[in-house]
Design a protein around this ligand. Structure first.
Ligand code: BGC
Length: 747
């Protein structure tokens, strides 16, 4: 555990700059607006170890796969969102000496990320060449005007005479740390000064895979006129001030970025000109609307926790970073596991979105946001056909890692074997349908996704004559610490559920639009009825896979704490042979379908598997928090909540310097709402709340079927308030309530 920022309900604040933790600081102070995002790099640059990163949603490059031994079927490339034009850079010199905190002494350092407004601020004092100057930096990426970022830098001379120069840059001479062949991914197309702004147009280098090349034009306009210079992949404008003690100067940089995703290359500069006119460059006005827009998001989604300041900061941080990554504006986009905060996982789409993020967005944003995420997969159906074909199978196999629907990850045990992702895609449709009560997507456009995935499973199973049942061999379950197992219970369970759900959906859809044959429907039913689901009757548990119980079964308490996390200390072989579970596997089904299992089943499986679980995927603790809460294990639920809520703020997995765990951030919200408040949405809206012992209360809002509900829980009291929308039936434990305005119940 490592904590850089002070505890505060709405802010990340520190008075210290720790050079060895610079990367961690940059991850935690990343900002984004769904369209673009950047790590918390310093405007003036930093010559010590750090990780410069600016990313543009949907702008990626197919980096040729690099492996030792090629296996047939490997994807040709690993797609990655690439580091793009660094538009925040403003190099500063004071009396001709570089202001670089890795090199020069400084004091009164202060860094703050305000989660209520999305504004990042920093200030410090340096003394160079006889002048003492206080520098203040402020920046934000507008959530109102997606192409716009604004930076304000102020220098105040405290003592001495100062010559200050600021060189404001657009710099595309950037690389990806994870590039397979150390290539530069950008080439320059044009650069210059026009209509009062400087611009740089760059294009991704050619590739051999037929993937579109992206062009970006970035532009900057300032509140002053400087001298313009141009080098390869870079433009800059330099401003100089000569100041005496007591005087100050201010540089405001308004940046606009457009990409070929929205505007063709030949029209980008003209578009920028139009946007500058439409948006203006009045920093204070842009900031005011940014603050108001974040206020509206919080109005729908804020979670308040009374009596636990750490927990409070954790949940807000997670909501803030999720909303900075995605707010449903564009159905061509999805949510990368690291969002805009780092390079790991390549900014691509994983099953994380359907399994962990959609369940939260359904409640904290309008249904249209979730619908966009469902459409994303619908639009990628052709890619999913291709993936199945490449494995010699029918139907659609959604990828583990993708931008286009085509698999772009080359670890065989994941790409070829981690097939359960093809279940989460349908679960999201089910979740959307049961939550909104709107069947039109499932029985309309979404039906193709359901049917094609069912076709995949029907082809991927094989019939075991010996056992007279259907099996799935050679798979990897959610627990990636075991590969190539036979009959992973969770995967088999999902396959069975999908075949039944597809059967039901086709039967309900008017006119059988996809021409599913009666024979096919009968096959789905037959496979579902005879799907092999390993159980151990003596223990009363579902068995993770065929040979799991033959392992040496040890609790995680038997592990030497210095060897954790295992993935940073043990050989892969040792991990594979051990019983230790990376993340929820059998329990994942109980998280997805709480209504399908008895309390006793949940209890026995939780008690068997949780003690062997190391939670080395950030996606793990929330599932356990939810089930523990349902089982009345308040303390365990809170322990798991803390791991998910402060995973990055406290760097639990010792890897936050690579970027934030964006897709697991919804886990803290799920732990509170689905866990502590026991919210369920299948068959109507239910709550079964409890208040963690250390908290004096908590409060959250949910959007549900056109209503906005405010839910407040104290140890002895539940208050439900209908903030907007028509009266609604709600079940609290076993009590039916007709919610008209406010209802208070003793707990
Ligand atoms: C997890 C996967 C997840 C991926 C991206 C891995 O560590 O095991 O379930 O999809 O990270 O978050």
């Amino acid at each position: 555990m490592k904590r850089l920022f002070e505890i505060d309900p709405w802010k990340l604040v520190t008075h210290q700059l720790i050079p060895t933790e610079k990367r961690l600081q940059e991850s935690l102070t990343a900002i984004g607006n769904g369209y673009m995002g950047m790590r918390g790099n310093f405007e003036e640059g930093y010559s010590g170890d750090h990780h410069l990163g600016t990313y543009f949603a949907g702008v990626w490059y197919p980096d040729k796969t690099r492996v030792g031994w090629w296996k047939n079927g490997y994807p040709d490339y690993f797609g990655k969102v690439i580091n793009g034009v660094n538009f925040a850079g403003v190099a500063i010199r004071l009396n001709d000496l570089p202001v670089d905190l890795a090199q020069v002494p400084y004091d009164d350092f202060y860094l703050e990320l305000d989660m209520q407004t999305g504004i990042l601020q920093r200030n410090y004092t340096v003394e160079l060449g006889g002048a003492r100057v206080r520098f203040t930096f402020e920046r934000f990426l507008s959530i109102v005007k997606k192409e716009l970022g604004a930076i304000k830098i102020t220098a105040e001379v405290l003592t001495g005479a100062a010559v200050i120069t600021m060189t404001s840059k657009l710099d595309s001479d950037v690389t990806n740390e994870d590039s397979n062949y150390e290539e530069h991914f950008w080439e320059e197309i044009a650069a210059g000064q026009v209509s009062g702004f400087d611009y740089l147009t760059v294009r991704t280098i050619p590739n051999n895979f037929g993937i579109e090349r992206f062009t970006i034009t970035a532009a900057m306009q300032h509140n002053a006129k400087g001298s313009f210079t141009q080098e390869a992949l870079k433009v800059s404008e330099t401003f100089t001030w000569q100041l005496a003690a007591g005087e100050s100067c201010e540089l405001v940089k308004t940046v606009l970025v457009v990409t070929s995703r929205d505007v063709p290359e030949s029209k980008q500069v003209a578009k920028i000109k139009e946007l500058y006119q439409a948006y203006g460059t009045d920093y204070e006005a842009l900031k005011t609307e940014q603050i108001a827009a974040w206020g509206q998001r919080w109005e729908l989604a804020d979670v308040e926790i009374a009596g636990d300041a750490e927990a409070q900061q954790g949940i807000r941080f997670n909501l803030f970073q999720l909303f900075a990554t995605y707010y449903g504006e564009d159905s061509r986009l999805n949510i990368g596991p690291k969002g805009f905060t780092g390079e790991k996982y390549g900014g691509a789409t994983y099953w994380d979105t359907e399994a962990y993020v959609i369940p939260m967005y359904l409640s904290v944003a309008q249904p249209a946001v979730t619908k966009k995420l469902l459409e994303y997969r619908l639009n990628q159906l052709p890619g999913a056909y291709l993936n199945a074909q490449r494995q010699g199978l029918k139907g659609a196999l959604y990828p583990m890692v993708t931008f286009t629907g085509v698999e772009c990850h080359n670890e065989w045990e994941i790409t070829f074997e981690e097939l359960h992702r093809n279940g989460a895609i349908i679960h999201a449709i089910y979740n959307y349908t049961t939550y909104t009560g709107d069947e039109s997507y499932r029985l309309g456009d979404g039906l193709a996704v359901i049917v094609e995935i069912a076709r995949f499973w029907a082809d991927r199973v094989h019939y075991s004559k010996a056992k007279d049942c259907y099996m799935l061999h050679g798979v990897t379950g959610p627990n990636e610490y075991e590969n190539n197992v036979n009959n992973n219970w969770y995967t088999n369970y999902m396959a069975r559920w999908i075949l039944n759900y597809a059967h039901e959906s086709v039967t309900l859809a008017e006119g059988n639009p996809l021409a599913v044959t009666p024979e096919e429907l009968a096959t789905w039913q037959e496979i579902a009825a005879k799907m092999y689901l390993p159980e151990d009757e003596e223990r009363g548990i579902f068995v993770q896979h065929d040979t799991f119980l033959d392992k040496e079964l040890l609790p995680t308490t038997a592990l030497d704490p210095s060897e954790r996390p295992l993935n940073q200390h043990w050989s892969w072989d040792k991990i594979l042979r051990s019983c230790f579970i990376k993340q929820a596997d059998v329990l994942q089904a109980m998280y997805f379908f709480p209504e399908n299992f008895t309390k006793a089943e949940k209890e026995r499986n939780f008690d068997f598997y949780e003690p062997m679980t190391v939670h080395e995927s950030s996606l793990s603790p929330c599932v356990h928090a939810i089930i523990a809460a349902e089982l009345g294990r308040g303390e365990k639920a809170v322990e798991m909540y803390k791991r998910t809520a402060r995973l990055d703020l406290d760097n639990y997995n010792n890897d936050t310097e690579d970027g934030l765990h964006i897709t697991s951030m919804s886990g803290s919200w799920l732990a509170i709402v689905r866990g502590f408040a026991g919210m369920r949405t299948v068959g109507g809206l239910h709550f079964a709340p409890f208040c963690p012992a250390d908290w004096s209360g908590y409060r959250f809002r949910v959007n549900y079927r056109g209503r906005l509900l405010d839910v407040q829980v104290r140890s002895d009291l539940l208050t439900l308030t209908l903030k907007a929308g028509a009266a609604l039936a709600v079940t609290v434990f076993d009590q039916e309530i007709d919610l008209q305005d406010t209802v208070t119940l003793m707990l």
